[in-house]
Ligand binder design. Structure first.
Ligand SMILES: [Zn+2]
Length: 386
């Protein structure tokens, strides 16, 4: 392939989602704001204490990582405690921690923070960076890290029983080798995730400019064999009346085209992807776009699923993680929802998936009652389960 046609092919791969988007906007517009909504909000934090801003491939030393984490665990509750949803839960991060960077003291501290009620830990993985990874090595690192988390009481089990289950975010957005072989190399990765207990993937959407699968703004089951490369290219949307069977479920965040938006003080045409960063802090206008994505279980549009993402340990983003922008947003969100008759539910990835599973099984009413529906942490009851 010539350099030019290669460029064109790559460009088209990044825009595979456009036809689906156009169709969704036509269909879902009719459902929006039919009545009060339950806003089910989760934040998938690619939580990397080792991050060196602007430099990939380098890691901060362990002392620095411990200092960052300690500061986070001290400061986060001060910010979050004041902003609680109608069920009494604070805004919590789901900490997708890099499995390949396991370090005992860091995970012990993060587990303690989570046991105190400030979030939950799940699995993130960067691999295949210098050379394609193998199935065996991928399976090994996932299982070892899964078992470290499970031994600290951090992972749920189905109905509270059996082997540990986990949620996943792929490093560099290359889920199941979907980035043309870069940052993965493992075609049967989705099968490995399924086999090792992954209940949901929260990697998507990919940032602009990276290959994007054609399915967007959806909660769905993979539609292609899991041992094939990128089996999430096709899928079946979760729906009321049809229990989910193929795991991991794909839980996507919003991807919405918006004409003009103020980013870093300037109006720019853009694409909203639910990413929280300092130069693009959360605002009520962005919340409107997240709702516009219409991510729900088919047949239950009044339960709006809003999965956001961030890199919480990036020092450049500390203001939006802990400072005035997030405090202001959370206060505005809770006030606006109350005034408009909507209800906000701050959830973890696990709770979000439990609520989606309850919707599939035909449960209705208050989604907050289904946070522990199927995937339960040790010592948790099964409210809403039957
Ligand atoms: Zn990462």
């Amino acid at each position: 392939m010539s350099a030019f046609t290669d460029q064109v092919a790559k460009g088209l791969a990044c825009l595979r989602w456009l036809p689906a988007y156009a169709g969704q906007q036509l269909v879902r517009r009719g459902f929006r704001k039919a009545g009060p909504q339950h806003l089910i909000v989760a934040l998938a934090d690619h939580f990397e204490p080792s991050i060196v801003p602007g430099v990939s491939g380098r890691h901060a030393d362990l002392d620095e990582q411990e200092r960052r984490l300690e500061r986070w665990c001290r400061e986060y509750p001060k910010m979050a405690d004041a902003h609680r949803d109608g069920d009494g839960f604070p805004f919590r991060h789901t900490y997708f921690y890099p499995a390949e960077q396991f370090h005992k003291t860091l995970i012990d501290r993060l587990a303690e923070h989570c046991h105190d009620g400030w979030g939950e830990v799940e699995i993130h993985l960067h691999h295949g960076v210098d050379a394609p990874d193998t199935s065996e090595a991928t399976r090994r690192v996932l299982v070892e890290f899964r078992d470290e988390l499970a031994s600290r009481g951090c992972l749920p089990r189905w109905n509270g029983q059996g082997s540990p289950r986990y949620a996943f975010v792929h490093g560099n957005w290359a889920l199941a080798n979907s980035a043309g072989g870069r940052y993965c190399g493992v075609d049967d990765e989705m099968a490995i995730l399924a086999e090792t207990g992954c209940y949901a993937d929260l990697t998507l959407p990919a940032p602009l400019g990276l290959p994007q699968v054609g399915k967007i703004n959806s909660l769905y089951e993979c539609g292609l064999p899991l041992d094939q490369r990128a089996p999430h290219r096709r899928g079946r949307r979760l729906a009321v009346g049809r229990s989910a069977r193929t795991f991991p479920l794909i839980v996507q965040g919003p991807l919405v085209v918006n004409a003009l938006r103020r980013v870093g003080g300037r109006l720019r045409p853009g694409i909203e992807q639910g990413v929280l960063v300092t130069h693009d802090a959360p605002t009520p206008a962005r919340l409107g776009l997240w709702q516009q994505a219409g991510i729900s279980v088919a047949g239950r549009p009044e339960w709006a699923f809003i999965k956001l993402s961030c890199h919480g340990m990036d020092p450049r983003d500390e203001p939006v993680m802990l400072g005035a922008p997030i405090r202001h947003f959370l206060r505005t969100l809770l006030d606006a929802a109350r005034d408009g008759g909507d209800r906000v539910h701050f959830v973890t990835a696990r709770e979000m998936v439990n609520i989606a599973l309850a919707a599939c099984d035909g449960r209705d009413g208050d989604p907050g009652a289904y946070r522990e529906y199927r995937l339960r942490l040790p010592g948790r009851g099964g409210e809403g389960a039957c």
